[in-house]
Ligand binder design. Structure first.
Ligand SMILES: Nc1ncnc2c1ncn2[C@@H]1O[C@H](COP(=O)(O)OP(=O)(O)OP(=O)(O)O)[C@@H](O)[C@H]1O
Ligand SMILES: Nc1nc(=O)c2ncn([C@H]3C[C@H](O)[C@@H](CO)O3)c2[nH]1
Length: 299
């Protein structure tokens, strides 16, 4: 067995499954090349390819209730420091899902666009599970995006800031839908199984170093939600925002949500008061940005 193969089999990024796979191909006639190939394809890409500069880029998500002001605050952060890169929540993807269908061999394919966000709000029993599969997958894609060159060459503290994450997908929304009965016990078990598998397999690539909890009362969020007037959210009730608020508090303040990923259990959380009207007050804006800067520097 070559030194590379020995090292490969001991690598911490290998799952027991891949270790077994490696042994299998090794003992099937010492196919060293296969073993190396399976190792290389199994180790998460970032573990292999992380240059010193990419591993310096910290990853933080902004979490908070619907319409609390995350996107607005994220835009403020984007303009506050060139070392920070904000990655928006992929809402427009959820609103525009293209499907192609063909009525027959000679018929031209028809493209249909559906709004999964609207479908989920209109019929949550029918569409919540589908929504959570798609929202989680699109968040995963977002979190896998490599940092831009600007951040890689930064001499300061480069940070990728995500609006929500694969973790809020599970520990806020999917859990809430399960507790509301919109996702049944089987769907919840299936969701959790594939969610754990994906997060474990992608390993470091989807880990976060910190979370900003942008916090306001559900009443304040309701006011902002109504003012924003997103049509899909017309039927959202205060009771729903109350429930999401409780989920955030359990996860990020009381820490009573059962978490399945070790690093996430002890993640640093910066809590910010989102009820302030920072858009019209430069002093408030500066205070918020300073808190964020100190938080990032300490991660
Ligand atoms: N600090 C603030 N003071 C007053 N209004 C605000 C503030 N922050 C955001 N808003 C307004 O509240 C509405 C919702 O804000 P925003 O879209 O940023 O919320 P969000 O948390 O990103 O929402 P979502 O959960 O849907 O992604 C917008 O109309 C925005 O202009
Ligand atoms: N059910 C459900 N699961 C999610 O993971 C999720 N993430 C966001 N949202 C809703 C909140 C806003 O209306 C809108 C934009 O944030 O999308 C979600 N709804």
């Amino acid at each position: 067995m070559s030194a590379l193969v020995r090292a490969a089999r001991k690598h911490p990024a290998l799952t027991p499954q891949v270790r077994r796979m490696s042994s299998y191909s090794f003992f099937q006639g010492g196919k060293t090349v296969d073993l190396q190939a399976s190792f290389l394809s199994a180790v998460p890409q970032k573990t292999r390819c992380l240059s010193g500069s990419a591993s310096r880029v910290k990853r933080v998500s902004i979490e908070g209730n619907i319409a609390v002001g995350k996107s607005t605050f994220a835009r403020l952060l984007q303009s506050a420091c060139p070392d920070w890169e904000v990655v928006a929540e992929p809402v427009s993807k959820w609103q525009n899902i293209e499907s192609k269908s063909s009525k027959g061999a000679d018929a031209p394919p028809q493209t249909t666009v559906s709004n999964l966000l609207q479908m989920m709000y209109q019929d949550p029993q029918r569409w919540s599970y589908t929504f959570q599969t798609y929202s989680c997958m699109s968040r995963l894609r977002t979190q896998l995006q490599p940092p831009p060159a600007r951040l890689l060459s930064s001499k300061g503290t480069p940070v990728q800031v995500y609006e929500r994450s694969v973790y809020s997908d599970r520990y806020i929304f999917a859990l809430n839908m399960f507790e509301l009965g919109c996702i049944n016990a089987t769907e919840w078990a299936v969701y959790q199984d594939w969610h754990s598998l994906l997060v474990e397999q992608f390993g470091h690539q989807v880990e976060l170093e910190g979370i900003i909890y942008f916090r306001a009362s559900p009443q304040k969020c309701m006011e902002r939600l109504r003012r924003r007037g997103r049509p899909e959210e017309n039927e959202v009730k205060l009771d729903y925002l109350d429930k999401l608020h409780v989920q955030h508090e359990r996860w990020l303040v009381e820490k009573s949500t059962e978490i399945n990923f070790e690093k996430l259990k002890n993640i640093p959380v910066l809590q910010l008061d989102a009820s302030v009207e920072f858009q019209s007050d430069p002093d408030v804006r500066e205070q918020l940005v300073t808190k964020v800067k100190n938080f990032f520097n300490a991660l």
